[in-house]
Design a protein around this ligand. Structure first.
Ligand SMILES: [Zn+2]
Length: 177
């Protein structure tokens, strides 16, 4: 199966519309609950970011309680993607996500995700999460004044505004440019 990131991004934009969200920051915790999932913060090993599963018909999203809140937000959006896009897959068992941390070098390479050998489900979930937290038009609105790839201050400001890690924002900007 090859990843359908266009479909994943469309489904994320559907949620933005359904919840009438107009700008940053996307309330992912509220959305995941409104979509019927139980959201749990549990202490996990550092390399585990979260998991999604269905227990007695109840969808559950668990996120590492020890991670930074911005990272937790990406994890929640990623796990929500599995619930929205990959419900059949979850029926087969617990989906566990290891850290998506990428090296600063890898962040600058467009093909880093593909090269990392992540499977189609993960690529789709990351595309969904990225679109949900950093919708294209919201980001483009912020960049109207222009953006310099070396402008670390602006990057930090954007990350803060969207409540995402600077790595996630940098990855998104590379994707949009
Ligand atoms: Zn995943």
């Amino acid at each position: 199966m090859s990843a359908d990131t266009g479909m994943a991004r469309d489904r994320a934009r559907d949620l933005i519309q359904r919840y009438a969200l107009a700008g940053p920051a996307t309330p992912v915790d509220r959305i995941v609950k409104a979509e019927g999932a139980l959201l749990q913060y549990v202490p996990l090993d550092d390399e585990l970011s979260g998991m999604a599963f269905i227990k007695a018909g109840q969808p559950v999203v668990a996120v590492n309680a020890l991670h930074h809140p911005n990272r937790q937000r990406f994890t929640i959006a990623h796990e929500l993607a599995h619930l929205v896009l990959h419900r059949d897959h979850l029926a087969a068992g617990v989906h566990v996500d290891k850290s998506f941390r990428v090296s600063p070098d890898a962040v600058l390479r467009r093909d880093a995700v593909a090269a990392s050998g992540m499977d189609a489900l993960e690529i789709e979930a990351n595309a969904f999460a990225s679109e949900l937290l950093m919708p294209r038009d919201w980001v483009e609105r912020e960049l109207r004044g222009g953006w310099d790839i070396d402008d670390g201050e602006k990057l930090a400001l954007l990350a803060k505004r969207f409540k995402v890690s600077t790595a996630a924002m940098q990855f998104r900007l590379m994707d949009l440019l």
